[in-house]
Design a protein around this ligand. Structure first.
Ligand code: IPE
Length: 248
């Protein structure tokens, strides 16, 4: 099993509201088709979910948010999700759409449902889920990021490789020189991040989730989603052009 997160900044243009990057999506999908192993896809919100979450002041914390905001965030994620699903079918892949409500209750996963994802992936279909606004209970909702979903799913699915496709080559040790960190062994790199359009914490959150996943003994790989052939190379040839979180 390969678990892959398509970051919102790759599949949408984060600088412009509600703008999908259709070519980038198609390119990723075409490359994923070259992988003959069970796959599970998670995608982010980018200029869809994040855009509306910011507009309605919604965050990852469970609160009584504006119900109109909750509806609009959820609708926008369906719209983005549909673009990805359509691209997959067009390119000969068979997505099995799973809104996170299918396997989450409150802020916990439904173990039986996550195990089902494993089976769906092995059947030749590709489970596809995404970050979303979710019901928590007591009239509260929260934003569940795709990155958090990665950690939830990785625990049960135990993928051979957990990939985060980003709009960058990987993690940089220094943003000015853009020196790429090629390998990390357990340590948590210092990350500063100031992306205001992002309610779920941008790169810092990704690193946090990736470190959690790596600590459970799984390989995590940050790769440039605009160079999707690197995803194929990592899976097929085990050549990692990006940042690899190595198992200790
Ligand atoms: C965000 O998911 C979901 C919503 C804001 C509804 P992510 O936090 O995983 O999205 P990206 O990848 O950073 O855009």
């Amino acid at each position: 099993m390969i678990l892959i997160k398509l970051g919102g900044s790759v599949i949408t243009n984060k600088r412009r509201a509600l703008s999908p990057r259709r070519k980038a999506i198609d390119d990723i999908v075409k490359n994923l088709k070259k992988i003959d192993e069970p796959l599970t896809i998670v995608h982010g919100g980018g200029s869809y979910g994040h855009y509306w979450s910011v507009r309605y002041d919604m965050h990852t914390k469970e609160r009584r948010y504006d119900p109109r905001g909750v509806s609009i965030v959820k609708n926008s994620m369906i719209e983005l999700n549909k673009i990805i699903l359509d691209s997959m079918v067009k390119n000969g892949l068979f997505p099995y759409c799973l809104p996170p409500t299918d396997f989450m209750t409150g802020n916990r996963t439904i173990a039986k449902k996550v195990k089902e994802i494993q089976k769906i992936a092995k059947s030749g279909m590709i489970p596809v889920t995404y970050g979303d606004a979710l019901w928590y209970g007591q009239n509260k909702t929260y934003i569940l990021s795709g990155d958090k979903i990665m950690t939830h799913l990785a625990k049960t699915l135990r993928p051979k490789l957990t990939i985060f496709a980003l709009d960058e080559d990987g993690l940089y040790s220094d943003l000015k020189s853009r020196r790429l960190i090629e390998e990390l062994k357990g340590e948590r790199p210092p990350i500063s991040d100031g992306n205001r359009m992002d309610v779920t914490g941008g790169m810092a959150r990704k690193v946090e989730e990736a470190t959690k996943i790596a600590k459970t003994g799984l390989r995590v790989f940050f790769v440039n989603g605009n160079k999707p052939e690197r995803i194929v190379k990592a899976v097929k040839k085990k050549t990692f052009q990006g940042t690899l979180f190595k198992v200790n």
